[in-house]
Design a protein. Structure first.
Length: 314
């Protein structure tokens, strides 16, 4: 065991938080009063680390309050916990058991401490999520329009027009939010100095990757999920592949890389050299994403805007 102090494991559901504290188990409501009473209990027992799974948003309130109380918090990938459970033969499953498995995972693995975004970042994150939802609905309706006949086409066109207006309103709100705070405005301008980074990518990085500028280049690449992992066994040498990480950050970074390979004076020739060496398009794109992330990380650490001759990523 790597961690010396007590590790609390929390299994999160919409309505409840099931908590493992050593041999004890307790359940509190997943709302303000329940979270407040839980924090008091965690502090009274001098808990060293609190570990919970990412559950699509149900963990946000508890995680924010626990971190704000000064407790060390790790929000981990559920797949890692499930793999750990299988590896240790813990096949039974319910909320109480899951909480103890999460605690054991934290005790054995020492997961990375989570840096949660502040209130402004969460609001921006909500706008970005809503924009993504609206874009997805517009794609779905556009696909339906191509197949629809008769009177229903008019209704679908009307809905697409409404979605276009809603997307424009969210875009306006995003711009206003980024310009509201001098600190955010400075970060936004710094990130967007790298050619290929637009307002959506900048906003996503600020809200969903608060570690940018605080970690080394290898750690930040692994956190986002653009660091290739070996797949070797004995004499066999498999293709390296990326997996895990923050998929939504990786998605916007991919879109930024598409723009950068067309016009960025550093990323474009880098991509062309990889293709000339016979690298597949997807491999070259991931390499470009990783290079852009490395540059952005160094820019944030040194608070230095990018120029084509900038060498901060080396």
């Amino acid at each position: 065991m790597n961690t010396q102090g007590m590790v609390a494991g929390i299994d999160v559901s919409k309505d409840w938080l099931d908590v493992a504290l050593g041999e004890e188990s307790l359940r509190v409501a997943n709302e303000a009063a329940g979270v407040s009473s839980l924090i008091e209990r965690l502090q009274a027992m001098s808990v060293e680390l609190v570990v919970m799974e990412a559950t699509g948003g149900y963990e946000t309130q508890a995680a924010s309050a626990i971190a704000a109380a000064g407790l060390k918090l790790a929000v981990v990938n559920p797949r890692q916990v499930r793999d750990f459970a299988k590896a240790t033969g813990r096949l039974a499953k319910n909320d109480r058991i899951d909480a103890h498995v999460i605690a054991a995972f934290g005790q054995a693995i020492e997961p990375q401490i989570t840096h949660l975004p502040d209130e402004q970042a969460r609001e921006l994150q909500g706008l970005l999520v809503r924009r993504s939802q609206l874009l997805g609905m517009r794609v779905q309706e556009s696909n339906r329009l191509a197949l629809m006949q008769g009177a229903m086409r008019k209704q679908i066109k009307s809905h697409i027009a409404w979605l276009d207006q809603a997307i424009d309103e969210v875009n306006t709100d995003l711009t206003a939010r980024l310009r509201q705070s001098p600190v955010w405005r400075e970060k936004d301008e710094l990130l967007r100095s790298l050619k290929g980074i637009g307002p959506i990518t900048s906003g996503t990085l600020m809200s969903s990757l608060p570690e940018l500028g605080e970690l080394d280049r290898r750690s930040i690449a692994a956190l986002v999920g653009v660091a290739p992992f070996n797949r070797d066994s004995g004499a066999f040498r498999g293709r390296r592949a990326i997996w895990g990480g923050r998929a939504h950050v990786r998605h916007v970074l991919y879109m930024a890389a598409i723009a950068a390979v067309r016009s960025n004076p550093v990323i474009k020739p880098f991509y062309e050299r990889l293709i000339a060496r016979g690298k597949p398009h997807k491999v070259a794109m991931v390499a470009c994403m990783r290079k852009m992330l490395t540059i952005l990380n160094a820019m944030m650490r040194s608070n230095t805007p990018w120029t084509p001759s900038w060498q901060g990523a080396n």
